[in-house]
Every structure is written in structure tokens, then in C-alpha cells.
Write a protein that binds this ligand. Structure first.
Ligand SMILES: C=C1C[C@]23C[C@H]1CC[C@H]2[C@@]12CCC[C@@](C)(C(=O)O1)[C@H]2[C@@H]3C(=O)O
Ligand SMILES: O=C(O)CCC(=O)C(=O)O
Ligand SMILES: [Fe+2]
Length: 343
């Protein structure tokens, strides 16, 4: 199932790390209060967000590389993912999160097991407070967990998710090829990209339930993704913010039909820090927000080593290590992982 299945495997989920029955909670519990009114953390709602790039634009490769250097994130239109499929994913996910909490609990992610199933984000134990969030992660076949949710009616959900995953895989690999070329890596010589063997792929369905006190709550706490690249479908409701040096937290305002692409830690290391993994968070909202994140990482034994050149620097800023080793370091050191492997 790939190295990402091992992510955060030693961060113990305690009994409090199961989602609340959000529908029955009308005031924000203390356990979920992150910020008080005096908080003055910068909120760059007025700054312009990351670029919107049309993949059909003949200049798209250059624009993508530029966005990777300046933002680590962009929105993509002209990506070819059928609108109908995007809508089907949205409605299947709504059907899932609409289930009574007792039903969802049947598919609870098992502690120490693979990442698949229902639960709070695996990074929850790194924080004192709990996130206003419920998630459902799919790795490998979606069938076993879906059967627990809908014993007689799981096929539609599974077919949609598997179809979506295969479409996103093709798109993601197209983007990886573009970025590899700029790193002077010949994509045709990268075995896993050609043969798709041992890849780590995860599809995370995120739900941010309606929050009674959104300014004091947190949807997903600040983090960078443990991926090469993450491809995200946001719903119409905004909530995703990225941290930009000098501007603070900047909203990624969803563009209808667009897909948000962000780089993860592995592209950061490969590019010697020139293409930046983007720190992001999700704010809580009064109305429910859904999002679907597709994480793509190379096989666990793939060696990640900074590419050196005039453009990317002659001195490696990061140590050379395998994907698996980095996943282990991230699980232990979380936000400090990149500085732990810094030279
Ligand atoms: C495929 C992945 C990527 C994971 C770990 C593993 C399974 C679940 C993913 C997320 C999803 C929610 C945010 C995040 C930060 C989290 O808590 O779990 C992600 C994390 C990462 O990007 O590190
Ligand atoms: O909900 C979002 O827009 C982003 C979610 C996210 O950061 C993640 O799943 O890693
Ligand atoms: Fe993320």
C-alpha cells in the first residue's frame, strides 16, 4: 500500500481523538477552542491568492514552475477531470458524512493500523486542542470499510472513488512530468512513474461540520503535506489558507471547477528547497465544507536526494534519504521534519 500507510503510525490516538457528534453540539467545547478574540494572527484575506493556471495554455509548464517557486500552490483549470465525476465525489462524500455518527464509527480508523477509515486527522496528537473536523481516508481498496458503512449498498461509493482516483493519478503524473523536466530529471527514466509500482496513494475526504463559533475553532491545523504533490478538490465554501512569507495567511478562494495543486515535502527536498512545500491550514466555517485531497508519493524505497545545479544550488541543503525514512521522521518530528534533515 506504500509508505504513506505508515504515516504517523506511532502517534497514539487516544479516546478523545474520535470525532464529536457535531450535530448535537451547539456551543464550542473548551477542548476545541484554539483562538480567543484577542488573537491577532495575520489573516491575509486581502492579499491576492496563488495563481490560477490553465493546463491547456501553451505556456502552462512555465507558469506551473513559477508557481512552484513562489507559492508551492496554484489552482488548475483546463485539467480535464470531468465535472460530473467531481460532482459525484461530492455527493458520495455528503452521503457518507450525513450518516449517523454510530454508523460512521463502524469504519473508525484502527490505531496502529493502516490510515484507512473514519477519524480525526492523524496529526491530531501533536496538538493540545482538537480540530473541528471529520475525515475518511481511502488507501488501497475502498470496499472493506465501505461495506461496514453500507452493507448492501457500497458499490456506487466505491466505483466513484476508484474512478476519481484513477483520473487524478493521470493528472498528477502529468504534473510530475512537467516539474521533473524542469529539475532535469528525465521522467522516462523514473521506473515508478512509468510502471506505477509501489506508489503511495491516499484519498482523504475531509468534512468541516457547521461550526457554532468559527473564529475560535480550527478546521485543520497548520501543516505541510507528506507527499510529492497533493491534488485537492475544494467545494464552493472557502476555508483553505496558505502561509506566504510577508503576507501571512492567504485564502485560496475556490475557483469553480478548478483543482488546487500543492507541493508536498518530497518536492521540497528534491528541488533543494527551490520548489516549496506549502504550509497550510483550514479555518472553521458556519456552513459545512467538504474537500477531497489526493496524496501522491513515490514508493517507500525511493531515494530522495536534492537535485543540484546552477538553478537549484550547488550544495545540498537536505540529507539524502528514502521516502520511508522521511515518513518516519515526519511522524516523530512533524513540523520540524525538514529542519531535522537539513545540512
Ligand atoms: C496519505 C497521507 C497524508 C496524510 C498522512 C497519510 C494519511 C492521512 C493524510 C492526512 C490528511 C489530513 C491532513 C494530514 C496532515 C493528516 O493529518 O492526515 C494529512 C497527512 C500528511 O500529509 O502528512
Ligand atoms: O480542506 C482543505 O482545503 C485542505 C485539506 C488538507 O490540507 C489536507 O487534507 O491535507
Ligand atoms: Fe494538507
Amino acid at each position: 500500500m506504500g509508505a504513506l500507510a505508515e504515516s504517523y503510525k506511532d502517534t497514539l490516538l487516544e479516546p478523545q481523538h474520535i470525532p464529536l457528534d457535531y450535530g448535537s453540539v451547539h456551543t464550542l467545547p473548551d477542548s476545541h477552542v484554539w483562538l480567543d478574540e484577542s488573537d491577532e494572527s495575520p489573516s491575509g484575506v486581502h492579499s491576492t491568492g496563488p495563481p490560477v493556471i490553465d493546463l491547456a495554455d501553451p505556456d502552462s509548464a512555465r507558469l506551473i514552475i513559477q508557481a512552484c517557486e513562489t507559492w508551492g500552490v496554484f489552482q488548475l483549470i483546463g485539467h480535464g477531470i470531468p465535472t460530473k465525476l467531481m460532482e459525484d465525489v461530492q455527493s458520495e462524500a455528503e452521503k457518507l458524512f450525513d450518516l449517523p455518527v454510530d454508523q460512521k464509527m463502524k469504519a473508525l480508523r484502527s490505531p496502529g493500523g493502516s490510515q484507512s477509515g473514519y477519524g480525526l486527522p492523524p496529526i491530531s496528537p501533536f496538538f493540545e486542542k482538537l480540530m473541528w473536523h471529520e475525515g475518511y481516508h481511502i488507501m488501497g481498496s475502498p470496499i472493506d470499510h465501505a461495506k461496514l458503512l453500507w452493507p448492501n449498498d457500497y458499490q456506487g461509493f466505491c466505483d466513484t472513488m476508484v474512478h476519481y482516483r484513477s483520473q487524478l493519478k493521470a493528472l498528477t503524473e502529468q504534473l510530475i512530468r512537467i516539474i521533473f523536466k524542469s529539475l532535469n530529471i528525465n521522467p522516462d527514466e523514473v521506473a515508478w512513474l512509468k510502471e506505477s509500482q509501489g506508489l503511495s496513494i491516499g484519498l482523504q475526504l475531509n468534512c468541516y461540520p457547521p461550526c457554532p463559533d468559527p473564529t475560535r475553532a480550527m478546521g485543520i491545523a497548520p501543516h505541510t503535506d507528506t507527499s510529492l504533490i497533493t491534488v485537492l478538490q475544494q467545494s464552493k465554501v472557502s476555508g483553505l489558507q496558505v502561509f506566504k512569507e510577508g503576507a501571512g495567511w492567504v485564502l485560496v478562494q475556490p475557483v469553480p471547477g478548478a483543482i488546487t495543486v500543492n507541493l508536498g515535502d518530497f518536492f521540497h527536498i528534491l528541488s533543494n528547497g527551490v520548489f516549496t512545500t506549502v504550509r497550510h491550514r483550514v479555518v472553521a466555517t458556519r456552513i459545512r465544507r467538504l474537500s477531497f485531497a489526493y496524496f501522491y508519493a513515490p514508493p517507500g524505497d525511493f531515494i530522495v536526494s536534492p537535485v543540484l545545479s546552477k538553478d537549484f544550488g550547488e550544495v545540498p541543503r537536505y540529507q539524502t534519504l528514502s521516502v520511508k525514512e522521511y515518513v518516519g521522521i515526519k511522524g516523530k518530528h512533524f513540523e520540524k521534519a525538514l529542519s531535522v534533515i537539513q545540512n
